[in-house]
Design a binder for this molecule. Sequence first.
Ligand code: AMP
Length: 283
Amino acid sequence: MEVFRDIDSLGNYLSAHRCQGRSTGLVPTMGALHQGHLSLLSNALEENDIVICSVYVNPTQFNNAEDLENYPRQEAEDLRILEQNGCHAVFVPDDEIMYVEDPVIRIGFGDMEGIMEGEFRPGHFNGVAMVVAKLLNAVNPDRAYFGQKDLQQFLLIERMVKDLGFRTKLRCIPIYREETGLAMSSRNLRLSQEEKNRAVNIYKMLSRSAKMLESGERWEEVHKEGINFLRENGLEPEYFEAVSAQTLARQTNVFDGNRVALCVAAYVGKIRLIDNLILGGSL
Ligand code: AMP
């Protein structure tokens, strides 16, 4: 496996492969890799000749300095995991490479970021869009892989790719969960066992809510019960929304023909976790 720390050497490697007619897939990550990331990697390996993973904790998408500082970092371990799982190349830039200067442009998504992560993490999606655009420019992959775990992120990136005319095709990979139902996340590394036990109630709540909606319960009731369920189980919900899995518009009548996603963010102690469930399956 090749490891690149600057854009030029990565570019040379990629053009050599492109000259041979090989297709390329990109898996952007912030490291502290787990099975969820590996599920993206294995999909990328199936569909492309050459797969590049990026491992970069992007400072501009953190709206909380403490969260950035405490974000788990384990580069040597990540490189070992990627090599073991058949990744061809890794891009591990540092801040000076990714941000030669502080960007003056801002990327905004209008109503699509007026709710959920965009509402509670101001500036987050500007940072995400900025780094994804930089990565797409650096790698120019045929395909790029993202997780349904960050559904709003995927839909905004999809929109950015359309609006800015990137040629890369995007893939959204279903959420990989622990046996308990807890969605895998690098932030889970920061949970104690007791907090992990509490955190499983996030997915329990989503599943219960889906069942209630499917049996005809009104969203207002489902929402109230969901919030109560989380609180009763020692979690502090930040939002619980039913949105279109295409436009992210809030849905009140969930069975009007749109794909509906139930999305939640909740604190377990100091750690903020997100999860979602699309009624009727994945994207
Ligand atoms: P991160 O390193 O958390 O920025 O995640 C990198 C990519 O992996 C993003 O596209 C995430 O949506 C995706 N991802 C994170 N956790 C999971 C999971 N449990 N299942 C599937 N994809 C995931």
